[in-house]
Design a binder for this molecule. Structure first.
Ligand SMILES: *Cc1c(COP(=O)(O)O)cnc(C)c1O
Length: 377
């Protein structure tokens, strides 16, 4: 018997998710956006401890971000965002006609460097998009204080951070806007999917309408089994709504998060940290002890130009690694490196993501650590 290859990440889905999808297909028969989506939004709201009207699902996390930016900032406005993020953050901003302003990240946490962001403020700056890198909401209070001081909206790219807490509060409840991703490998999945969580009912309603081509109040009609035949449209919208099929998967996954996925992710990363503490040529990212971090990924910094050697050695041992992320300011569409962000570029040369998913065993973590420590020695 061959042991299955260790994967960097994977979806953890099974019979319960299959049963939920088959229930929608066989019992309901309505596959589009209907009551199952409404129930998923209610479940998310109950989990976060917010009113159901604060939660708007979408068909991807990127769509959620795009809807949020479109609802909260005007075209042409500037949005401060760390360059070290998935290109989805940048595309969501530029897709809404706004301008992503690439900022440095802090090397300890890979979250946004507010001192650098402050230097990039202009009279056109309208919002800041902090990215909870590796699910770490470190410094979120400071981001909100910064935004308050400069009159900015906060649109949290919380794609990694579903189920996390900062200073005793769930991410998604800090007052402005947070966007989550439920793609196949995130903390929970709905196949693809995402959601916006905001207490601002103007933003919530704009997102709710814009996910259905900005047909006014179409969500409310669909949730009560009706359709809009005679309607008006006053602004640009998109086909970004979630389907009942996706919501059925998401509801099962949400129920599995507290007792199964979150503890597994936290246990595996605690083991990584314990095994790798003090290793040469290695820096682990830090988290705030006041925070609850449910890690979506486990990136480490490999120092002293040893990354390529280490990645090759791990690969030779059958251990896949990842790279989160190529800095966005180096991408052609976002300047092609015309501007230099030295800390971010250094992090780009160092960051290496180790395998992490709730299907891994402690022995898998040990195997990765043994190989990594040997390559670093
Ligand atoms: C996954 C991710 C997104 C986008 O989510 P999708 O659901 O994949 O569209 C946005 N930002 C970050 C940092 C992500 O990791």
């Amino acid at each position: 018997m061959t042991t299955p290859a260790l994967r960097l990440s994977r979806s953890i889905v099974g019979q319960a998710e299959a049963d939920a999808v088959s229930r929608v297909i066989l019992e309901d028969g309505y596959l589009g956006m209907g009551n199952e989506v409404k129930r998923f939004e209610e479940d998310i709201a109950a989990y976060l401890g917010v009113p159901a009207q604060n939660v708007v699902t979408a068909n991807t996390g990127t769509a959620a971000l795009h809807l949020a930016v479109q609802a909260a900032v005007q075209p042409g406005a500037e949005v401060l965002v760390q360059s070290l993020t998935f290109v989805a953050s940048f595309q969501a901003i530029s897709g809404a006609g706004a301008v992503p302003v690439a900022c440095e990240a802090l090397p300890e946490t890979c979250t946004i460097d507010l001192a650098d962001a402050e230097r990039r403020l202009t009279e056109r700056t309208a919002a800041i998009m902090p990215v909870h890198y590796a699910s770490n909401p470190a410094g979120l209070d400071a981001v909100y204080a910064f935004a308050h001081k400069h009159g900015l909206r906060v649109i949290e790219d919380a794609a990694h951070a579903f189920g996390c807490m900062h200073d005793g509060r769930m991410i998604g409840t800090f007052g402005d806007i947070a966007c989550f991703s439920f793609d196949g490998i995130k903390n929970i999945t709905s196949g693809e999917g995402g959601c916006i969580v905001t207490a601002d009912q103007t933003v919530a309603q704009l997102c709710r309408d814009a996910r259905l081509l900005s047909v006014a109040n179409d969500t409310e009609k669909r949730f009560s089994g009706q359709r809009s035949w005679d309607f008006d449209v006053t602004r640009q919208g998109w086909r970004y709504h979630m389907s009942n099929i996706m919501a059925a998967i998401g509801r099962v996954q949400l129920a599995r998060l507290p007792g199964e996925f979150a503890p597994a992710r936290m246990r595996l990363t605690a083991r990584y940290r314990q095994r790798l503490a003090g290793a040469p040529h290695l820096a682990l990212l830090t988290t705030d002890p006041r925070d609850v971090v449910v890690p979506h990924i486990f990136p480490v910094r490999i120092l002293d130009d040893k990354k390529h050697h280490v990645v090759d050695a791990l690969q030779a041992g059958g251990i896949p690694t990842g790279m989160h992320y190529k800095p966005n300011h180096l991408l052609t569409y976002y300047g092609g490196g015309a501007q230099s962000l030295p800390v971010t570029e250094m992090l780009g040369r160092q960051l290496t993501t180790l395998p992490l998913h709730p299907g891994m065993s402690d022995a898998d973590v040990d195997m990765v650590c043994d190989a990594l420590l040997e390559a670093l020695a």
